[in-house]
Design a protein around this ligand. Structure first.
Ligand code: AMP
Ligand code: MG
Length: 396
């Protein structure tokens, strides 16, 4: 079955979300949990901020007393509490991060004050609540601050530290089998004959799988014959997800689909209106999902990013797997033959404002993808974009 890019993506998200079952979990140290997906609800152990916290260096006052001249009755710094109360016409010198003393309802910024001895002149008016963060305004004690399915990055892990969670329950990382195919493929460490190609796809996929939260397991190269491919496909299906590269075109020796059919596969699609990467197979066999990605390196990398990555993220427990898309202004005209969604190697300028297609020689051009820092998303139903037009960009 042939699908449009949108249909194929919706199919992957739908099938993997519905078919992934109850994912196993394990306890992990929060500091080691970057890229993992949370499997439990995290609540605030106390109010945040836990006390009314000064946002400035200055003087804690009653807003009604300023502008005016006040008497300074003491000082409070971060890590201390002022034992006393700020009465009318009184002020307490306060540092950023210190708790607001009782009686005060605002902080005058140091820059707007003039001190002499135990007197301070405050020239500006203040509203109650100014320059401090009231207790519980960021999060109330007991409120949910992180939910299951959330991927943990630096800010989420800071939040775990903040609420005192040294370890958390996370979903297990899915084991993803990577199965390269092709009689012409040799391992990267080998000296190829003139007609042979080094196995770059296993490495790109391995890095992509790890980035998506999976554990890559590279299998030996399947040769373009039934026995070799079948044995390795069966081995691959013992993992949580199987990714094949190559062998899914219409050629005489492209036998991946036949082997998959013989092991009982159900195919959701076997062609997508996409470039690079038209022949692209997605299905299930023996309760496991698989992708047959086209073998051309650019096709393998792009189809992984726009399809398989979402599957790995969902199998890793994420509750959503959005594409990192943004809009940028084209610095050069782009035209194409309508009908296919194209993901073309591109460079977003250093200031992020413009994007230009990166020269490339087609689906085999790994060097172009290495120079690119993004892909232009060229929509199938529009023929051309002029320089200056906004266009969608997928971050690499
Ligand atoms: P295929 O999809 O098997 O027809 O392969 C398409 C093209 O991609 C051919 O030129 C292959 O040599 C190349 N190719 C296939 N697998 C790999 C791989 N693992 N690493 C690098 N290139 C590959
Ligand atoms: Mg091949």
């Amino acid at each position: 079955m042939t699908l449009s890019f949108e249909q194929a993506r919706a199919c992957v998200l739908r099938e993997v979300s519905a078919g992934r079952g109850n994912l196993p979990t394990e306890k992990v140290a929060s500091l080691e949990a970057a890229g993992r997906v949370l499997a439990e609800e995290i609540t605030a152990d106390r109010d945040y901020p836990p006390f009314p916290r000064s946002a400035r260096d200055g003087f804690a006052v009653r807003a009604a007393d300023v502008p005016g001249e006040l008497q300074v009755i003491g000082e409070v710094r971060a890590g201390e509490v002022f034992r006393g109360s700020v009465g009318p016409k009184r002020a307490v010198e306060i540092m950023t991060g210190a708790p607001l003393p009782e009686g005060a309802d605002a902080v005058a910024m140091l820059e707007h004050t003039e001190r002499s001895g135990d007197r301070v002149k405050i020239a500006r008016a203040l509203k109650p609540g100014e320059n401090f963060n009231a207790q519980g305004t960021e999060a109330k004690q007991g409120s949910v601050v992180l939910s299951p399915g959330r991927r943990l990055g630096f800010a989420e892990i800071a939040l775990l530290a903040m609420v005192g969670r040294e370890c958390v329950s996370a979903y297990r990382r899915p084991r993803v089998a990577i199965l390269p195919t092709g009689d012409e493929i040799v391992e990267a460490g080998h000296q190829p004959e003139s007609f042979q190609i080094r196995n770059s796809n296993a490495w790109s996929m391995s890095v992509q799988v790890a980035r998506a939260g999976g554990i890559p397991q590279i299998l030996p190269i399947a040769r373009d014959n039934y026995e070799s491919t079948r044995g390795l496909v069966e081995q691959g299906l013992e993992h949580d997800l199987l990714l094949l590269s190559g062998g899914v075109s219409a050629g005489k020796y492209d036998i991946v689909e036949r082997v998959l059919a013989d092991v009982g596969a159900k195919f959701f699609f076997d062609r997508v209106l996409l470039q690079p990467g038209q022949p692209l197979v997605f299905g299930t066999a023996g309760g496991k999902f698989f992708f047959g990605l086209p073998g051309n390196p650019a096709s393998t990398m792009v189809t992984f990013e726009v399809f398989a990555r979402a599957a790995v993220e969902l199998l890793a427990g994420a509750n959503e797997a959005p594409l990192p898309l943004l809009q940028a202004k084209l610095s050069k005209e782009v035209r194409h033959k309508m009908g296919l969604t194209r993901f073309l190697p591109a460079r977003v300028s250093a200031d992020g404002s413009t994007v230009a297609p990166e020269p490339w020689q087609g689906s085999g051009d790994v060097y172009s993808l290495a120079r690119a820092n993004a892909f232009l998303v060229v929509e199938p139903d529009r023929e051309s974009w002029a320089a200056g037009d906004m266009i969608r960009v997928l971050l690499k």
